[in-house]
Design a protein around this ligand. Structure first.
Ligand code: L14
Length: 342
């Protein structure tokens, strides 16, 4: 499908998302002639299996991007701020998974099913949205186009893998400790996550909202290209390893019945509708983990307002929520001839 042959770098290659990026490039047969794995000095020398060989992780520096056409970054906000501009200077296009550039007016914030046209005005850095935002806007987009969304109320149930491998390890260790009547260690989150829910993701910010909630609100407006959609959010960490879930209430201008919404979403890109109450079928993180689509179910009309819908949206936060969306952006850049191949 893709003609170009590119030199691709993954910055933050040993992290949970970085590893998923490499896996996704491989699985989707991305047209790379060479893949460079970059990380901090601590991880340099680690071998990562890729295709039928292994690639050796190199320490990232400002010189790492010479000769690289496209870089996928998931090395944290500080590394993105430091190295993405250096990469762009050496002629590289960057798809960045941190929150460093998302609200920068110079950087498009893209979900390919929603706003691929925003790629056209990139200046070298394209931001990959927050995981919870991505899976929500994939579903909001067709509904907005059909019935005009006025307001969204979302509550999230987010997996620990979003925080990284260390949080996956901590949940497992805490469960083991509790089953062995030992005191669980708490390092990653402010409180124990095993058998608990934490109504805090990221730091507290304006108006006592968390930064995760603020990201969902602001990023949705930017991706949808519409400030008139009002969004409010409560983001919650739950003891799930992989897969974020969201309970979403949507108020629209025009009436959309639950049946029409189900039919609309079933034929929209990137969505799998799983919604059959009589068979007890609905999306769950254990089913979405490892999958590419955004799963939607529990679609019902909210009869407390004239035009309202409730639904339940689930996706793999490391795939569509991060690595897959970044690779889909890369594919769209190649298709639109927006990478200057050296
Ligand atoms: O990309 O789950 O803005 O702790 C930061 C918080 C990703 C998820 C981002 C988490 C998020 C992360």
């Amino acid at each position: 499908m893709l003609e170009a042959k590119l030199v691709v770098a993954v910055a933050g290659a040993t992290g949970a998302v970085g590893r998923e990026m490499l896996k996704t490039l491989e699985q989707r047969n991305f047209p790379a002639t060479q893949v460079v794995a970059l990380a901090t000095a601590k991880s340099a020398g680690i071998q990562i299996p890729f295709m039928d060989t292994e690639i050796t992780v190199q320490e990232m520096s400002e010189d790492s991007f010479k000769g690289v056409d496209l870089a996928l970054f998931s090395a944290g906000g500080a590394a993105s701020k430091k190295y993405a501009p250096a990469a762009v200077k050496s002629g590289c296009v960057v798809v960045d998974n941190s929150s460093a550039w998302r609200m920068d007016p110079e950087a498009p914030l893209v979900v390919p099913e929603v706003n691929p046209e925003d790629l056209d005005w990139h200046n070298g850095i394209i931001a990959n949205p927050n995981c919870s935002t991505i899976q929500m806007v994939v579903v909001l987009k067709p509904i907005h186009d059909r019935a005009t969304i006025k307001r969204v109320i979302v509550s999230t149930y987010q997996a620990v893998s979003g925080t990284g491998q260390k949080a996956v390890d901590e949940l497992e260790a805490q469960v083991r400790a509790l089953f062995n009547a030992r005191e669980p260690e708490v390092n990653v989150y402010p409180y124990r996550i095993a058998f608990n829910c934490l109504p805090q993701i990221d730091v507290f910010s304006d108006g006592d909202y968390t930064f995760e909630e603020i990201k969902m609100i602001k990023e949705t407006a930017k991706i949808m290209g519409d400030d008139s959609i009002r969004v409010t959010a409560t983001t919650v960490r739950v003891p799930v390893f992989y897969g974020h879930s969201e309970a979403v209430n949507i108020e629209t201008e025009d009436k959309l019945t639950a049946a029409d919404c189900r039919a609309l979403l079933a034929q929209s890109p990137g969505i799998r509708v799983v919604d059959n109450p009589s068979l007890k079928l609905y999306p769950m993180p254990i089913d979405a983990a490892g999958e590419d689509e955004v799963f939607v179910g529990r679609i019902r009309e909210d009869d407390t307002i004239d035009c309202g819908l409730n639904m339940w949206i689930v996706a793999d936060n490391l795939r569509k929520g991060a690595a897959l969306n970044a690779v889909q952006i890369a594919e769209a850049l190649v298709e639109r001839d927006l990478v200057r191949v050296k």
